[in-house]
Design a binder for this molecule. Structure first.
Ligand SMILES: N[C@@H](CCC(=O)N[C@@H](CS)C(=O)NCC(=O)O)C(=O)O
Length: 82
């Protein structure tokens, strides 16, 4: 398994089922990450980072990747770090 050098960031909020899927995958892979709180009031920075307002969004500085869509994020994490 490849270990990320720099910390991954996930824009998310607690009650979001799609975000939960991503957090679960990160836990399964044993990857530390920064949880950026992105409830309805905090979508400005989600838009700044990813160009859209849906969460979750993954930011991986190790590969210069910014990615929305939970299924795509889960697949990416598995391919990159699984
Ligand atoms: N297909 C997307 C759906 C993501 C989604 O609908 N997220 C909700 C939060 S649970 C969202 O950001 N909705 C727009 C909003 O709250 O403004 C995924 O799987 O990531």
């Amino acid at each position: 398994m490849t270990e990320p050098d720099e910390m991954l960031e996930v824009y998310q909020f607690e009650g979001c089922p799609y975000c939960s899927k991503v957090r679960k995958k990160l836990s399964q892979l044993g990857i530390d990450f920064i949880a950026r709180q992105a409830d309805k009031q905090e979508r400005t920075r989600v838009k700044e980072v990813s160009g859209q307002r849906n969460v979750p969004v993954l930011k991986d500085p190790n590969t210069d990747t910014v990615m929305p869509e939970s299924d795509d994020i889960v697949d990416y994490l598995e391919e990159q770090y699984g």
